[in-house]
Design a protein around this ligand. Sequence first.
Ligand code: GDX
Ligand code: MG
Length: 404
Amino acid sequence: MSLVVFPFKGEDPETVLHNVRIAASHRRVSRVLTVGAERDETFRALGSEGPSLRRETGTPLDVILQERIGRKRPGKGDAMNTALRWFLAETDLQRIHFYDADMLSFTADWITHAEESADLGFPVVRHYFPRATTDAMITFLIARTGFALLWPKSELPWIEQPLGGELLLTRPVAERLVAEERVQAQSDWGIDTVYTFTTVRYGFATYETYRREGKLHKLYGKLADLRTMLVECFAAIQELAENHLEPSPPAGPVQMIPGGIVHRVEPHLQVPLQIIEKVGFDFEGTLALLLDGWNPRLEPLVEWFPPAIRDGLLENRSRPCFNFMGEREWAQAYRVLLDRFQPGDRDWEEILFKLWTARVLNYTVSVALRGYGYARQYRHNTIVRYLQEAAGAGPATDRISDEL
Ligand code: GDX
Ligand code: MG
């Protein structure tokens, strides 16, 4: 039997209650936990719904506040780590699921699919799903790019959705994550990155299920709304960068499934039309972000980058400009950022945000506009080119063509 957890912050009570009810009604679920950022309206609504939910479903609902565990901004990381500790201390259940509380497309099938995948012996199950062509730009440009450049021979760059909030972990995985100081320190948006990194590092086999209906949830407008997530995810990777994953994982509870499988991914067979046709963000509003926020302190920082990137970036003091930020330039900029970026320094954060915004806009007009299938294949090929280059095979762009 399993525990299902929903972290929540500023969410609509009805949506969260609806999701909690689905989880509590599932035959594989014996407890549901919600972890709030504060005692808000949703927190109170969940508290008062608990007794009737238990009468109806037989499943207890616990509503708790997140503890202050980490060293970074108190955010989703503290909530997830609070849940892991609670799972180990308050239950003897073998599996814990996490789902975002703002999901509008959550059904019992998500839980069943995760449970049945774990039944195959996988200690980690991650749900992945189709995303609009311009969605998931932190996953593609920060997490998967960083994994390919830094750990090209590991399983990390091959994980479809390394930052997804929908996953199942078995008890030994939860024990490992709670024991790991670096994981417990990561109280912010970097949590998904360090969970993924740590499960791969310790050799826990991962199964990725494909949920073709996708995840409908609260959407962002301008890329500026993603700024904190961008900075915190990049900072998490930068901190992990000194770790070596090859040639072998550290001593610990390596849990490959029989046959030595470390990672299985279900094929992405069907994609709903509404995802294929969706436009991800406000293009015009985002262009303006390249022009905003310049100050004289940014100029010496720009000097660390190769001339084409430096000049392209500086051009944005007078007009929006992003043609300079192609795939290769993004890898170059990423490496400079790994060496130089200082988390907490507002000027470095502005540089990271501008570089990333330029890359998103460049990708949007040169790749995403060609359509869903093209863009998906391109993103895959990019990660392969990066990891081949990083693995020492020389520049890969000549070997896998950009043209599909
Ligand atoms: N308790 C608590 N405390 N819950 C939080 C906090 C926090 O500080 N911040 C966010 N949450 C909850 C939120 O209410 C939602 O249920 C879930 O965490 C995800 O947050 P949301 O704002 O919906 O994130 P978004 O943009 O949908 O993020 C997705 O990508 C993130 C990422 O890629 O980094 C989502 O899949 C996240 O789980 C994932 O971390
Ligand atoms: Mg969301």
